[in-house]
Ligand binder design. Structure first.
Ligand code: GAL
Length: 643
């Protein structure tokens, strides 16, 4: 087994190639410097060709071939792709959408996580794999399933989900009266008189009650957590000493990744850049690292063009290198490229790979070889380190769901809400080269000096208490619009926002609205600086806080937009509107200049450190396609310095 502190591998599909080819593949992987391969995650029909008939001979030979060349194996459990025999004999395992339409077989992820029948088949194949490979010295770890929720498959509305949802609600509310009260079902005469009437929120003419929708999202997320948990439990017993992970999808918002992270040894995620900027990718890393506040793996690192986005450009020369170093700088202890060889059949034929479809090396091959040599040269210094973060961004899936279910403006629909809140706050820090962990709203804040809470819609007294204690001890907290405006039940709860955060902020929200883009307004600071704002306006009433900025222009001209409150030795800022990273920056300049000063690096030059065990490794990554100068050095386009 390889002992590299930083693992570099590739996704490999032996089942796609003749067995005579495997040895050359493994030899070439080793020559390239790769040390591991993830395999088998879609190969259920090869492992169990007929119900109850298992064939692992081919997989044993594949593991043996890889192992012979020093390539360690990560095994994927294959439940993302149920075999045909299963779905045709037991069609009840298939998902149903909101309108009852069945999601058919032929691609992947079409099964329901709540289906007890599917779970049983899933447990059985995982047990068989665990029994055969759990103690195999060539197997270093496991990936459960593949990308839960990809292709819009988190939510299902089948009978099993209705039953599962009812059970989940009974545990949470105990009585139907409590459920009726909490959801406010008297609104529009929706009072339940019998548990059988309670269903997943299927197709309806108008919106379901917000409490119903939010609980349904929590339930679906928990169903996937339980699905994952069953497999984890089996493998813990059958595969001692091996790690278990799942490949998450960065900012994907339909599963509560914090809750799913609990069962895993570490997080891994699939890094595909589509049209996103280097800052967006950095923020995904910061979120993935923040799920467990520890290093993670990139289980699928794009190494060239993909096949599934609106446009699918090639990587520029040097881009595999700069992106891989960004992975490592931001906390990856393992990077696994997707995929080894371009396939000449199936639905991903246009997807690039390390080898082209004729098995000759692609342009990326030599780049990866050179990069691996560089990684090997510094990896001992990286052992036991993690990315240093003095700031945190608080993030919660409940907040995202509450806002998504009731955006109140089309300018916060879907991805736009992320851009307005989390990405904007993160960008203000990125431009200063201040690294933040993106952590759960109820995470410990030990070790952080600056905390941004761009979208803390739901707040509780317990959260307020914890934040207050942290601020009193010298913390600097900045809250964004709509803070504390909802209860965990997704109601406004009969108190003015920021609800439980009122004493901490020393301010209330007296009025709010969601103006259209045709009504321009700005946030103006005492020194006259004005930052254009948009989308939402909380009009603040200072109750102990000082006013830091006013609205200028529009309906609320002259009224407070941003307040600052001193609490103990710390500071709390409440900002009632969205002004992108510029507004976050203007606030940071005024209240956090010492902790987060402006960076001396040129734009899109990322400076990050990994520290630990008394070691510090600094990474300087030029994401620009031009040469830039920084600290007396010349950085080539996409150039990286590790020091
Ligand atoms: C990922 C998925 C892989 C492959 C890849 C193509 O999302 O996990 O199986 O489909 O995309 O880019």
């Amino acid at each position: 087994m390889s002992q590299h502190p930083i693992r570099i591998g590739v996704c490999y599909y032996p089942e796609h190639w003749p067995e005579e080819r495997w040895d050359s593949d493994a030899r070439m992987m080793a020559e390239l410097g790769l040390d591991c391969a993830r395999i088998a995650e879609f190969a259920w029909s090869k492992m169990e060709p007929r119900e109850g008939h298992f064939d692992f001979g081919w997989l044993e030979r594949a593991v043996e071939t890889l192992g012979r060349h020093g390539i360690d194996v990560i095994l994927g459990t294959p439940t993302a792709t149920p075999p045909r025999w299963l779905t045709s004999a037991y069609p009840d395992v298939l998902q149903r959408d909101r309108r009852g339409a069945v999601r058919g077989a032929g691609s992947r992820r079409h099964y329901c996580a709540s289906s007890e029948r599917y779970r049983e088949f899933g447990r059985r194949i995982v047990e068989e794999m665990g029994r055969r490979f759990g103690r195999d010295s060539r197997v270093i770890g496991w990936q459960i399933d593949n990308e839960f929720g990809a292709h819009d498959t988190v939510r299902c509305f089948c009978d099993a989900c209705d039953a599962g949802f009812r059970n989940w609600l009974r545990t949470r509310y105990e009585s139907l009266d409590a459920l009726n009260d909490t959801w406010g079902t008297v609104f529009w005469s929706g009072t339940f008189t019998n548990w059988d009437q309670v269903e997943t929120p299927k197709f309806m003419p108008a919106d379901p009650q917000p409490g119903h929708s939010l609980d349904y999202r929590r339930f679906t997320s928990d169903a996937w957590r339980d699905f994952q948990g069953e497999q984890v439990q089996i493998l813990r017993a059958l595969s001692p000493g091996r790690w278990i992970t799942h490949n998450d999808m960065g900012w994907f918002g339909e599963l509560d990744y914090y809750r799913l992270a609990g069962d895993l040894d570490f997080i891994s995620w699939d890094n595909y850049v589509t049209e996103t900027t280097p800052q967006h990718v950095a923020s995904s890393h910061d979120l993935m690292r923040g799920l467990k506040r520890k290093p993670f793996w990139v289980m699928e690192q794009q190494m060239g063009k993909i096949n599934w986005w609106r446009y699918n450009p090639a990587f520029a020369p040097g881009e595999i290198r700069s992106r891989t170093w960004q992975d490592i700088a931001r906390g990856a202890d393992g990077v696994v490229y997707f995929r080894w060889r371009q396939v000449s059949f199936g639905s991903e034929q246009y997807h690039s790979a390390i080898l082209r479809n004729d098995a000759t090396p692609s342009r990326g091959y030599e780049e990866i070889r050179a990069l691996i040599a560089e990684v090997r040269a510094v990896e001992d210094r990286l052992a036991g380190t993690t990315t240093e973060a003095l700031a945190a961004i608080l993030h919660s899936y409940d907040d995202r769901w509450a806002l998504e279910l009731d955006p109140q403006t089309r300018d916060l629909e879907g991805f736009k809400a992320l851009q307005e809140s989390y990405f904007a706050a993160h960008r203000a820090l990125w431009e200063r080269n201040v690294t933040a962990d993106i952590v759960a709203s109820d995470a410990s804040l030990d070790g952080y000096r600056l905390v941004l809470a761009p979208q803390m819609v739901i707040a509780t007294a317990a959260m307020a208490e914890r934040l207050t204690a942290w601020v009193e001890g010298g913390g600097l907290l900045i809250l964004g619009p709509r803070a504390g405006s909802k209860t965990p039940e997704n109601t406004t709860g009969g108190v003015l926002p920021p609800g439980p955060l009122t004493a901490l902020c020393g301010a209330t929200v007296e009025e709010y609205d969601a103006p259209p883009p045709s009504e321009p307004f700005a946030v103006t600071f005492a020194d006259g600086a004005a930052v254009p704002a948009r989308t939402w306006r909380d009009v603040l009433g200072a109750r102990g806080a000082e006013v830091l900025a006013l609205y200028s222009g529009g309906t609320f001209d002259g009224l407070p937009a941003v307040t600052v409150h001193r609490v103990g030795t710390g500071i709390v800022v409440l900002c009632g509107t969205y002004g992108g990273h510029d507004l976050w920056s203007a606030i940071l300049d005024r209240v956090a200049a010492e902790i987060a000063p402006a960076s001396s690096a040129p734009a899109n030059v990322e400076v990050v450190r990994r520290t630990g065990n008394g070691k510090t490794v600094e990474f300087v990554i030029n994401h620009n396609r031009e040469t830039v100068a920084y600290e007396g050095r010349t950085l080539a386009p996409l150039g990286v310095v590790v020091r």
